[in-house]
Write a new protein. Structure first.
Ligand code: NAP
Length: 259
């Protein structure tokens, strides 16, 4: 087990959204643990418990919790369990998104009411719901972060309703930052370039997005989850005490290009 030393020693970090070892949330949890944080990992499905347990074993006192963000009862229970287990929480990482697969095929104009609502409930409202339960535990101030994508601002083929949800997510970050600033809780988004994960494989245009980014970005080559995770560790630390309401883009510079 890693010794608890480093800039996050003595801090508790909740990481929501670890499906497996390829998840961006997994890499973020590793970075936070390497910086000394105790982890609370949440996963939705039983199949993810094995990889969540690997993370829990990194730092003494870490634990895994099941939480489906579709369920208010699950989020209530998570808040109660975190309070009982840790008392105080310092960092919340929200690394969760979902849209029904049919919405990521075909044209955006064909988006259904149900698909729109599901994408926004799971990918956006869940951040608000988690902040409601977990920010009261951040009695020493804290850092909340979520994961976004450039599809919030630009049109990428077949990213469709997920792009609209990411735009709502980035706006949510600004509203939460305004609400929680008095409690010295910072709220930010990390906008990551394409990284091969389970969710990414469900986006039909993903390979095109990933290959274009790797070939054209000012810094060539594929972005890694660790590059994103290291920025998450910085945002969790006191070194980022002046940053809130921000979307930080980590994409090897792809977003600065015109053509
Ligand atoms: P991932 O490993 O599949 O992670 C997505 C997570 O969301 C999974 O753990 C999934 O759990 C969870 N989730 C979905 N519905 C849920 C629900 N109802 N309750 C609780 N958890 C739920 O893929 P990822 O790429 O790391 O995605 C993490 C975040 O990064 C997402 O917000 C994604 O949009 C964002 N992002 C990804 C990329 C990329 O290229 N990969 C780029 C920019 C931003 P289950 O698998 O059990 O459903």
């Amino acid at each position: 087990m890693a010794e608890q030393s480093g800039p996050l020693a003595g801090k508790v970090a909740v990481v929501m959204g670890v499906a497996n070892q390829w998840s961006i949330g997994y890499a973020i949890a590793e970075s936070l643990a390497n910086a000394g944080a105790k982890l609370a990992i949440t996963y939705r499905a039983e199949r993810s418990l094995r990889d969540a347990t690997k993370l829990v074993e990194l730092v003494p006192g870490s634990k895994a919790f099941q939480c489906d963000v579709d369920s208010d009862d699950d989020i209530d229970k998570l808040g109660d369990d975190l309070k009982a287990e840790y008392g105080v929480v310092d960092t919340l990482v929200h690394s969760i998104a979902f849209a029904p697969p049919a919405e990521l095929r075909g044209r955006f104009i064909e988006t259904t009411r149900e698909g729109f609502i599901t994408a926004h409930a799971v990918s956006v409202y869940s951040l608000i719901a988690a902040a409601q339960r977990i920010s009261p535990l951040m009695t020493n101030g804290g850092s909340i972060m979520t994961l976004s994508y450039l599809g919030a601002d630009r049109v990428f083929p077949q990213y469709n309703v997920m792009g609209v949800a990411k735009a709502a997510l980035e706006s949510t970050v600004r509203y939460l930052a305004a609400d929680l600033g008095d409690a010295r809780i910072r709220v930010n988004a990390l906008s990551a370039g394409p990284i091969k994960t389970k969710s990414a494989r469900g986006i039909p245009g993903f390979s095109t997005m990933k290959d274009a980014a790797a070939d054209k970005s000012p810094i060539k080559g594929e972005l890694t989850a660790k590059q994103v995770a290291d920025v998450a560790a910085f945002l969790a630390s006191d070194a980022a005490s002046g940053i809130t309401g921000e979307t930080i883009i980590i994409d090897n510079g792809f977003h600065v290009l015109g053509i």
